[in-house]
Design a protein around this ligand. Structure first.
Ligand code: ATP
Ligand code: MG
Length: 144
Protein backbone atom coordinates (compact mmCIF):
# COMPACT_ATOMS: atom_id res chain seq x y z
CA UNK A 1 0.00 0.00 0.00
CA UNK A 2 1.36 3.39 -1.00
CA UNK A 3 0.34 6.69 0.61
CA UNK A 4 1.46 10.27 0.02
CA UNK A 5 1.32 12.77 2.90
CA UNK A 6 1.70 16.51 2.45
CA UNK A 7 2.51 17.49 6.03
CA UNK A 8 3.72 16.22 9.37
CA UNK A 9 0.07 16.12 10.46
CA UNK A 10 -0.74 13.91 7.48
CA UNK A 11 1.86 11.37 8.54
CA UNK A 12 0.56 11.47 12.12
CA UNK A 13 -2.93 10.70 10.76
CA UNK A 14 -1.54 7.73 8.84
CA UNK A 15 0.20 6.42 11.96
CA UNK A 16 -3.07 6.71 13.85
CA UNK A 17 -4.93 4.73 11.18
CA UNK A 18 -2.19 2.14 11.13
CA UNK A 19 -2.48 1.64 14.90
CA UNK A 20 -6.12 0.70 14.51
CA UNK A 21 -5.17 -2.25 12.33
CA UNK A 22 -2.66 -3.78 14.76
CA UNK A 23 -3.60 -6.97 16.59
CA UNK A 24 -0.62 -7.30 18.93
CA UNK A 25 2.62 -9.19 18.40
CA UNK A 26 3.71 -7.30 15.29
CA UNK A 27 7.19 -5.91 14.78
CA UNK A 28 7.18 -2.97 12.39
CA UNK A 29 10.44 -2.08 10.67
CA UNK A 30 10.65 1.60 9.73
CA UNK A 31 13.02 2.27 6.86
CA UNK A 32 14.03 5.61 5.37
CA UNK A 33 16.56 8.41 5.53
CA UNK A 34 17.10 10.98 8.27
CA UNK A 35 14.03 13.17 8.59
CA UNK A 36 11.91 10.93 6.36
CA UNK A 37 9.14 10.70 8.96
CA UNK A 38 9.72 7.48 10.92
CA UNK A 39 9.42 9.04 14.37
CA UNK A 40 6.51 11.20 13.20
CA UNK A 41 4.64 8.07 12.13
CA UNK A 42 5.17 6.48 15.58
CA UNK A 43 3.79 9.68 17.15
CA UNK A 44 0.63 8.99 15.14
CA UNK A 45 0.54 5.40 16.37
CA UNK A 46 0.69 6.74 19.93
CA UNK A 47 -2.24 9.04 19.18
CA UNK A 48 -4.13 5.99 17.89
CA UNK A 49 -3.56 4.24 21.22
CA UNK A 50 -4.60 7.33 23.18
CA UNK A 51 -1.17 7.75 24.73
CA UNK A 52 -0.79 11.07 26.46
CA UNK A 53 2.97 10.97 26.49
CA UNK A 54 4.71 12.72 23.65
CA UNK A 55 6.79 10.35 21.59
CA UNK A 56 10.38 11.50 21.18
CA UNK A 57 13.13 9.92 19.18
CA UNK A 58 14.79 7.06 21.06
CA UNK A 59 18.08 7.57 19.23
CA UNK A 60 20.13 8.15 22.38
CA UNK A 61 18.39 5.70 24.66
CA UNK A 62 17.81 3.02 21.98
CA UNK A 63 14.49 1.79 23.40
CA UNK A 64 11.44 3.41 24.95
CA UNK A 65 8.46 1.55 26.36
CA UNK A 66 5.06 3.25 26.59
CA UNK A 67 2.20 1.70 28.55
CA UNK A 68 -1.10 1.46 26.73
CA UNK A 69 -4.28 1.33 28.79
CA UNK A 70 -6.98 1.93 26.18
CA UNK A 71 -6.56 -1.30 24.20
CA UNK A 72 -7.94 -4.70 25.19
CA UNK A 73 -4.93 -6.67 24.11
CA UNK A 74 -2.00 -4.40 23.29
CA UNK A 75 -0.46 -3.10 26.53
CA UNK A 76 2.94 -1.82 25.44
CA UNK A 77 4.22 0.28 22.58
CA UNK A 78 7.93 -0.39 22.14
CA UNK A 79 9.88 2.21 20.16
CA UNK A 80 13.43 1.27 19.20
CA UNK A 81 16.01 3.17 17.17
CA UNK A 82 19.00 1.22 15.87
CA UNK A 83 20.50 4.22 14.10
CA UNK A 84 23.82 3.79 15.85
CA UNK A 85 24.30 0.53 14.01
CA UNK A 86 23.01 -1.86 16.63
CA UNK A 87 22.73 -5.53 15.75
CA UNK A 88 20.77 -8.46 17.16
CA UNK A 89 23.31 -9.02 19.95
CA UNK A 90 23.02 -5.42 21.10
CA UNK A 91 19.24 -5.65 21.08
CA UNK A 92 19.42 -8.86 23.09
CA UNK A 93 21.71 -7.17 25.61
CA UNK A 94 19.28 -4.33 26.23
CA UNK A 95 16.39 -6.78 26.51
CA UNK A 96 14.59 -5.61 23.39
CA UNK A 97 14.18 -9.05 21.84
CA UNK A 98 11.93 -10.19 24.68
CA UNK A 99 9.22 -7.90 23.38
CA UNK A 100 9.31 -9.11 19.78
CA UNK A 101 6.29 -11.23 18.95
CA UNK A 102 4.65 -10.79 22.35
CA UNK A 103 0.86 -10.56 21.97
CA UNK A 104 0.61 -7.64 24.38
CA UNK A 105 3.24 -5.59 22.55
CA UNK A 106 3.72 -3.83 19.26
CA UNK A 107 7.32 -2.95 18.42
CA UNK A 108 8.41 -0.17 16.06
CA UNK A 109 12.06 -0.25 15.00
CA UNK A 110 13.60 2.74 13.22
CA UNK A 111 16.43 1.73 10.89
CA UNK A 112 15.26 -1.83 11.44
CA UNK A 113 15.83 -3.36 8.01
CA UNK A 114 18.69 -5.46 9.39
CA UNK A 115 16.28 -7.42 11.60
CA UNK A 116 14.29 -8.93 8.75
CA UNK A 117 16.10 -12.28 8.60
CA UNK A 118 16.08 -12.69 12.36
CA UNK A 119 12.33 -12.04 12.53
CA UNK A 120 11.58 -14.32 9.61
CA UNK A 121 13.50 -17.19 11.19
CA UNK A 122 11.63 -16.68 14.43
CA UNK A 123 8.30 -16.54 12.53
CA UNK A 124 7.58 -13.21 14.19
CA UNK A 125 4.90 -11.21 12.41
CA UNK A 126 6.56 -8.31 10.65
CA UNK A 127 5.55 -5.33 8.60
CA UNK A 128 7.88 -3.03 6.77
CA UNK A 129 7.21 0.64 6.20
CA UNK A 130 9.40 2.58 3.80
CA UNK A 131 9.50 6.38 4.01
CA UNK A 132 10.65 8.44 1.06
CA UNK A 133 11.29 12.15 1.32
CA UNK A 134 9.83 13.54 -1.94
CA UNK A 135 10.18 17.22 -1.08
CA UNK A 136 10.22 19.44 1.98
CA UNK A 137 6.69 18.58 3.12
CA UNK A 138 5.84 15.56 1.01
CA UNK A 139 6.51 12.00 2.06
CA UNK A 140 5.73 8.71 0.37
CA UNK A 141 4.88 5.91 2.79
CA UNK A 142 4.93 2.34 1.51
CA UNK A 143 3.52 -0.33 3.80
CA UNK A 144 4.24 -4.00 3.07
N1 ATP B 1 4.68 14.84 5.20
C1 ATP B 1 5.51 14.80 6.26
N2 ATP B 1 5.52 13.71 7.06
C2 ATP B 1 6.38 13.62 8.10
N3 ATP B 1 7.26 14.57 8.45
C3 ATP B 1 7.30 15.67 7.69
C4 ATP B 1 6.43 15.84 6.58
N4 ATP B 1 6.70 17.04 6.02
C5 ATP B 1 7.67 17.59 6.74
N5 ATP B 1 8.04 16.78 7.75
C6 ATP B 1 9.13 17.06 8.71
O1 ATP B 1 10.13 16.08 8.53
C7 ATP B 1 10.69 15.71 9.79
C8 ATP B 1 10.52 14.23 10.05
O2 ATP B 1 11.24 13.92 11.18
P1 ATP B 1 11.23 12.50 11.89
O3 ATP B 1 11.91 12.69 13.19
O4 ATP B 1 9.87 11.93 11.89
O5 ATP B 1 12.14 11.66 10.90
P2 ATP B 1 12.87 10.26 11.14
O6 ATP B 1 12.62 9.48 9.89
O7 ATP B 1 12.46 9.67 12.42
O8 ATP B 1 14.41 10.69 11.18
P3 ATP B 1 15.63 10.03 11.98
O9 ATP B 1 16.20 9.01 11.06
O10 ATP B 1 16.55 11.17 12.21
O11 ATP B 1 15.12 9.43 13.25
C9 ATP B 1 10.02 16.58 10.84
O12 ATP B 1 10.81 17.71 11.08
C10 ATP B 1 8.70 16.96 10.17
O13 ATP B 1 8.21 18.20 10.60
MG1 MG C 1 13.48 9.12 14.13
Amino acid sequence: MKIITKSEKGTIMQGKKFAARLKGGEVILLVGDLGAGKTTFVKGVAVGFDLRKNITSPTFVIMKIYKISKHLKIKNLIHIDTYRGLDINDLENIGALEYFGRDDCVCFVEWGAGLEDYLRKGKIRMKKIKFNDLDENTREIIIT
